[in-house]
Design a protein around this ligand. Sequence first.
Ligand code: MF3
Ligand code: CO
Length: 248
Amino acid sequence: MITIKTPAEIALMREAGRLTAQAMEAVSALICEGISTKELDKCAEDYIITRGGKPSFKGYQGYPGSICASVNDEVVHGIPGSRKLRQGDIISIDMGAIFHGFQGDMARTFAVGQVTDEATRLIAVTKECFEVGMAQARIGNRIGDIGHAVQVLAEGQGYGVVRDLCGHGIGQEMHEDPEVPNFGRAGHGLRLKEGMVLAIEPMINTGTWQVEFLDDGWTVVTGDGGLSGHYENTVAITADGPQILTAL
Ligand code: MF3
Ligand code: CO
């Protein structure tokens, strides 16, 4: 079901989004060679709980962590554990918080120390993919305009756009309708309306768009072992244009 949020509800979602962004900032400050992904998970969990929120991922369909920590060829849904980050890795952190009944959902990809030029470029282009997608999140546009913009940019850079996973509506539930694919046809699909809130989240691979699902039940990896980047914000469609709710 697509839910339309009132301005008052969007204001509440901005509070949930701010808490999520603050937790992301706290985690990002810890990223360095030698830290384990479970330490990052604990940081996020403690940060959110201490401030009266709830980590939305924990227990979601049995998911064991408060964040997803996906390293190098891991696309999304990497489970935090004893793996330690190494110089040259890239790590995508995805996290969500519930606050006053509403959800924030965001993801970023970070470099661990000095990384290759290829990794640096992937991180930058993945962010740009989010930005061009978000720019299409306007009243009267279509859902396909978002994915089309992402796909044109990513494929123009020689990258693959993950198709098996999409962005989504978000509100009191983490995953609401509609699905927000990162590929598609301009001018096609659902018409966007004021008060829709979407998690726009391109997942971009240096090589093939195809992915594999590991038998831990969660981790998604690139089909060819190439690197993957992820950039996500919770975005409200308003009369003033798209507004990022997962902002500090
Ligand atoms: N935040 C992810 C998304 O963007 C979903 C995480 S799945 C979970 O849709 F199980 F880890 F919660
Ligand atoms: Co999401």
